[in-house]
Design a protein around this ligand. Structure first.
Ligand code: PMP
Length: 360
């Protein structure tokens, strides 16, 4: 079997050993004569899957006891609403730093709920960079400050997290588990699983317990984080298969040396592509400014749209999948999440070099 050279932005490539293990266990999970999908979420087999996934994530991400891991549904998009529904109270203001379309979407949801304030934005420079702290407006007195740690569409990433007095909330959908992180800096972070953690269907939330418990959402029990905190994410039926897959991905991540091992590999993969862009004599133009380049989504343009179309067509003929930029901005984008193998990235860098040589 030939595996696709999959550079999709998400849902994205999963590790082959994970898929093979799921295949082995698919119709008969641990000798039960059933798939994990077919059994009660309150039974002992699923219970073990649920708690093991949580335990593995806690260890891999070094989650302190002050924080709790939740498995929710609704994707990162539902978190755009849940965060302000829970933490943006009347009379208070939530701060947002805009670094791309997903931060804009998060802000739009908060605007429907309460008062917001844009602390910094790189919109005017086409989201090519992460705003530096010296360009921030006053961030004091905010109920929370929301950032997007990696900008999937524009290909930029926070490489250091900002010091702020506001409780820091982060959308980490496209770079969670890609590098070591000091969780204690965050009041809450969230990520849809479908890039670095597994298939779509489960959204991981890591929340500071005390901070979360001191807020609530009186409108809806289900949209109140405390409901899920109190029930170990088993208030209703969780996405059992997605959480099972998440557990397998986490086991695989441990074998890669955890977040340290993954970060080293991700840096190596990203450098291969950024070096190729930099050494192309201006043929490939990276979208992100130096210092803000994402290690997860490498975005670039060719001299004109005609060539971009030709490049994408030829790449597709060679088996490269998902290299087109997001429909909102065009261009090219290689998403190189944890599970994209180094060999696939090497092949892409070679293809880019040959293509460049053929277009003097
Ligand atoms: N935030 C970021 C950074 C994303 O990349 C995405 C999806 N590409 C989303 C939010 C939306 O995620 P979901 O589809 O899980 O709602």
């Amino acid at each position: 079997m030939v595996r696709a050279l999959n550079f999709s932005a998400g849902p994205a490539a999963l590790p082959l050993p994970v898929l093979e293990r799921a295949q082995q266990e698919f119709v008969n999970f641990k000798g039960t004569g059933m798939s994990i999908m077919e059994m009660s979420h309150r039974g002992k087999h699923y219970d073990a899957v649920h708690s093991e996934a949580k335990q593995r994530l806690k260890q891999l991400m070094n989650v302190p006891d002050t924080h709790e891991i939740l498995f929710l549904q609704g994707g990162a998009s539902m978190q755009f609403s849940m965060v302000p529904l829970n933490f943006l109270k009347e009379g208070s203001t939530a701060g947002y730093i805009l670094t791309g379309s997903w931060s804009e979407k998060a802000l739009q949801e908060a605007e429907r709920i309460g008062k917001t304030f844009i602390v910094a934005s790189s919109k005017e420079s086409k989201y090519r960079s992460i705003p530096s702290k010296s360009d921030w407006k006053d961030d004091s007195g905010l109920s929370y400050l929301h950032i997007t740690s990696n900008n999937t569409i524009y290909g930029t990433q926070w490489h250091e997290f900002p010091e702020t007095n506001a409780p820091l909330v982060a959308d980490m959908s496209s770079d969670i588990l890609s590098r070591p992180l000091d969780i204690s800096k965050f009041a809450l972070l969230y990520a849809g699983a479908q890039k670095n953690l597994g298939p779509s269907g489960v959204t991981v939330v890591i929340a500071h317990k005390e901070w979360t418990a001191s807020h609530s959402n009186s409108l809806s029990k289900f949209l109140d984080y405390n409901t899920h905190l109190k029930t170990d994410s088993l208030y209703n039926t969780p996405p059992t298969f997605s959480i099972y897959m998440l557990g397998l991905v986490l086991e695989w991540a441990e074998e890669q040396g955890g977040t340290d091992g993954l970060a080293t590999l991700n840096k190596e993969k990203a450098e291969l592509l950024y070096d190729c862009i930099e050494n192309s004599g201006g043929f490939y133009r990276g979208h992100a400014e130096k210092g803000s380049e994402s290690h997860m989504n490498v975005t670039f343009n060719l001299p004109d749209q005609e060539l971009e179309k030709d490049f994408l067509g030829k790449a597709a003929n060679e088996g490269f999948i998902g290299l087109n930029g997001h429909r909102s901005i065009g261009g090219c984008r290689a998403s190189i999440y944890n599970a994209v193998p180094l060999e696939a990235v090497e092949k892409l860098a070679d293809f880019m070099k040959v293509y460049r040589k053929n277009h003097p």
